[in-house]
Structures are given as structure tokens and as C-alpha cells.
Ligand binder design. Sequence first.
Ligand SMILES: Nc1ncnc2c1ncn2[C@@H]1O[C@H](COP(=O)(O)OP(=O)(O)O)[C@@H](O)[C@H]1O
Ligand SMILES: [Mg+2]
Length: 299
Amino acid sequence: MTAVLEVNNVTKMFGKFQALNGVKFKLNKGEVLGFIGPNGAGKSTTIRILLGMLKADFGNAKIFGKDVWTDAVDIHKRIAYVPGDVNLWPNLTGGEVIDLFLSMRGVKVNKQRKENLMKRFEFDPTKKCRAYSKGNRQKVALISAFAADADLYILDEPTSGLDPLQERVFQECVQEVKEKGASVLLSSHILSEVERLCDQVAIIRQGSIVEAGSLEDLRHLTRIQINLRTREEASKLVEQDWVHDLTYENGTYIFQLDADHMDDLIRFIQPHGVVKLESAPAKLEDLFMRHYETTEGGV
Ligand SMILES: Nc1ncnc2c1ncn2[C@@H]1O[C@H](COP(=O)(O)OP(=O)(O)O)[C@@H](O)[C@H]1O
Ligand SMILES: [Mg+2]
């Protein structure tokens, strides 16, 4: 698979503060990579390095096989970037700023596509930017990004301030560019946003990648939520080391199961007479929470 974007052991210091520590991941052509981490983890710093606006202290990053620091001009012709906090010209209208952004990218604009995006995002381009809410400023950047083709979209928490319907429109836009073969780097701390869209995820925490892979790859590390009712009591469940956080409520055992021990569970409970067994796939959210626990020396 061709890597469109490659980050190799990137380290960044701000004075004595280490913002990034050996960050490493890659994004393949035609895929969406979720770049996930809590506030302050180093997502925007990584992205500013990718844009060639900050220089890595160690390591390097490549986009389309070119160095992000030395070849920024070539790279920028083929990318679209949306920041999480969009600053605009207060005295220009939204429509004027969208045209300005597009002319700065030097791309051919499809007027119909632009107008269609405005309609879908329910965006009024006639108002001066000083009057726009955060959500509307975000829309200016999103419409500018999606109104013209790019090979790579770099989106840094792009949906802050959008309501759920507009968030849906955003997700459709990502899907559409992906179908055309473009690649997308989507940073977020909103996990549900990522689960639906991403082929791969890289989880960053305190400047380090703590996990990377496909959602399928990562799910095996996690647990399954189980609700179980048996005819005979099965309290020995608590002694199994693949059972966690066991509680008993109204005749139902509620616990988490290590995902690779489902067959052990089935064998164990079968003699107790199973009345009800419900299992829910672990959410990325839970996986993420476990990272907090493990990296802080808990579990
Ligand atoms: N220019 C800077 N000078 C000093 N510290 C910075 C600078 N930019 C970012 N940081 C720090 O680096 C860390 C990572 O920030 P950032 O990359 O913005 O995180 P994220 O985008 O994941 O929320 C934070 O602790 C932030 O305060
Ligand atoms: Mg950020």
C-alpha cells in the first residue's frame, strides 16, 4: 500500500517541555486515519509539523514522499487543511473568504459544488465574518476545503461548533472525497466521530503514540460488556481472571470480559443454565479509557 503520509519518530520540544516524543504513524492512499487524543496530547503540534509550519527537532515527516519542511510548496498544491479554530477577515463576507481561500490554494473551483456545499451546510455566505459564530467560521473552512479536489485532507478537530445535522454533512463530505481516492487525516477527541469514518486510528497521549492500527486490530485489546442471567448462581465468575468489574443486580451478572476469552466464558456458564446472555462490542471509548488506566499505572 502506498503511504501518502509518513511520520517517522518526530520529536518536538517547546523550551524544556517535550510536546512530541517519537511520534510515528502512516496514512495510506484512499484511507481515513483518525488521529485521536485528549486536549494537549500533541495533535495540532504534529499537524503544524506536517504543514511545514513548525520544524521537528528529531525525526522527519513525508507527504507524497516529499519532506514536509523542505518541500512545502509542492505539497501544499495537493492538500486542503482545516484548523479547529478558524480565524477570518472580519470585514469580508463568508462567500468572499471562501473564494479567497480557494484562490490561495490555486485550485480550479467548481462553482456548483461550492454552492451545493453551502446549501448542505445551511451556510449564509452574505454576512460579514465578524458576525459569524464559531460553527459558521468552521463552515467557511470546511466549504473551502471540500469545494475543490485535493489528494490529502488534513482536518484538525474540524467539527467543533457544528450541530449534529451539520456533523452528518461533514461525515458525508469525508466519505465522498474518500470514494474519489483521496486520503484524510482527521484529528479528534470525539471518538464516536472517528469510529464511523476511519479505516485506521492512531491514539496519541502526552506526545506519544500509544496505539495504532485498524479498529479491528485495536478491539482485540479491549473488553466486551456482558449481561448474564443463569438459573443457578454463578458467583465463581469473580474468580476468573478474564472477568472484570463484576456486579450482581436483579438476578443479572454484569461484567467486562477480556475479548479473547469468550469461549472460556461459554464453557464456564453452560453448566449453570443460561437464561440470558447479552454482549455488546467494546467501544473505542472504552479502549481509550483503558489507556488512561494503564498508562497511569492503574490496571
Ligand atoms: N508554541 C507553543 N509553545 C509552548 N507550548 C506549546 C506550544 N504549542 C503547543 N504547546 C503545548 O504542547 C502540548 C500539545 O499541544 P497541542 O499540539 O496543541 O495539543 P492538541 O492539539 O492535541 O490539543 C500542550 O501541552 C501545549 O500547551
Ligand atoms: Mg489541537
